[in-house]
Design a protein around this ligand. Structure first.
Ligand code: PLP
Length: 369
């Protein structure tokens, strides 16, 4: 294994493949698989991840914004791409790059209709999103007739799918609410398809929905976090392999005398003679200041070295007094053995936030092992 010589986010495609196969094993053979690769594939590397999944036979991709889809197309990704949250101003670029917008208000539906007509499109694939309880994006159930009427006015657009999003698929205490959402979606999507007069793909479930609500897989599922190796609970997570390992190296070791301080604002005062290692990763790389004051730690071999004092922009200092280590040694912030979920929990957040926050300054290193 190549030794790291700087901070790097290692992406293991063998783990990505494992997670994809595991999620697929939960589906019926004919259920389609949409891989959510928004936000740089949850902070990893969208192009590398999408190309790997494309080869594995994924049916669809989703991104949040048009620019994310354009980047995939420019890198040669050919699989259909759904844009979950297109902004009106970028709609024309969606057409230029064969990206399929989610339409969720009459305003954006009409705007896209106009643009599709201007571009002389016929049957351009679009996706209609309904709000069934998340109250984030989507037409209201009673908009159904208006939407169908609007769509019937034009042959520029053709509905490819009708979908909604669950609010609490990971939380079994909210099961009654989720079942209500599923039932509403079921009747809404049927009425929509009846009114539309042609079949379209139905989809509702994210990763936790796939695992917790097999009855709600419909024609397609939309998985993000599971592909990257995390579930929304320990029970879910144990079947996944985190694809990303955040690694760094020890730049320097200081011997700090009892009573001396370390870092900005002298936030750490050493209570004994200590050995303090400086690591080249900081809040500009996505390690938030909440990790300071001993809340976060790095792993060196099998040992944990807590962060002392404040997290700086480009560096952290960790206490290695009782750890045998030297300058140049590898440290791990999170990875398969040291879950980002656990690190995230220490600062009251979730794996999604920690992994998507690793900044683009951190080099991505692709491995298959
Ligand atoms: C991000 C997102 C997903 C993926 O959810 P995971 O919990 O990461 O599997 C699915 N659908 C929509 C609409 C999303 O915004």
């Amino acid at each position: 294994m190549p030794k790291v010589t700087e901070t790097a986010l290692e992406i293991n495609l063998a783990s990505l493949k494992h997670n994809f196969k595991f999620l697929k094993s939960k589906l019926k053979d004919k259920t389609l698989f949409l891989a959510v690769v928004k936000a740089f594939a949850y902070g990893s590397d969208a192009v590398v991840v999408a190309k790997c999944l494309q080869e594995l036979g994924v049916d669809y991709f989703a991104v949040a914004y048009v620019s994310e889809g354009v980047a995939l197309r420019k890198a040669g990704v050919k699989t259909p791409i759904l844009v979950l949250h297109p902004q009106e101003k970028n709609l024309k670029h969606a057409i230029e790059h064969c990206l399929e917008p989610s339409l969720y208000t009459l305003k954006i539906l009409q705007a896209f209709e106009r643009i599709a007509q201007q571009h002389n499109q016929k049957n351009y694939p679009v996706h209609i999103k309904f709000n069934t309880g998340l109250n984030r994006l989507g037409f209201e159930p009673n908009d159904l007739e208006v939407v169908v009427k609007e769509l019937s006015k034009t042959c520029a657009l053709k509905v490819k799918s009708v979908f909604s999003h669950l609010a609490a698929s990971e939380d079994l205490e909210e099961k009654p609410f989720t079942l209500e959402q599923i039932n509403l979606y079921k009747s809404l999507s049927s009425s929509f398809i009846d009114a539309l007069g042609y079949p379209v793909i139905k989809h509702l479930c994210n990763t936790s929905g796939v695992l917790n609500y097999p009855e709600a897989h419909f024609d397609m599922v939309r998985c993000g976090i599971g592909l990257y190796g995390y579930g929304n609970s320990d029970k879910e997570s144990k079947n996944f392999q985190p694809i990303a390992t955040l690694k760094s190296v020890i730049s320097q070791i200081h011997l700090v005398k009892k009573g001396e301080s370390v870092g900005y604002n002298r936030a750490f005062i050493s209570s004994e003679d200590s050995k303090i290692a400086t690591i080249p990763i900081g809040h500009a790389d996505g390690i938030g200041r909440h990790f300071g004051y001993g809340v976060g730690a790095v792993s060196i071999g099998l040992e944990k070295a807590p962060i002392v004092g404040n997290v700086c922009m480009d560096m952290i200092m960790v206490n290695v007094t009782s750890i045998e280590c030297e300058e140049g040694d590898e440290v791990i912030f999170f990875g398969p053995e040291y879950s980002a979920e656990t690190s995230a929990a220490a600062v009251s957040t979730i794996s999604y936030e920690l992994i998507t926050g690793i900044s683009q300054r951190v080099k991505r290193q692709i491995v298959y092992k």
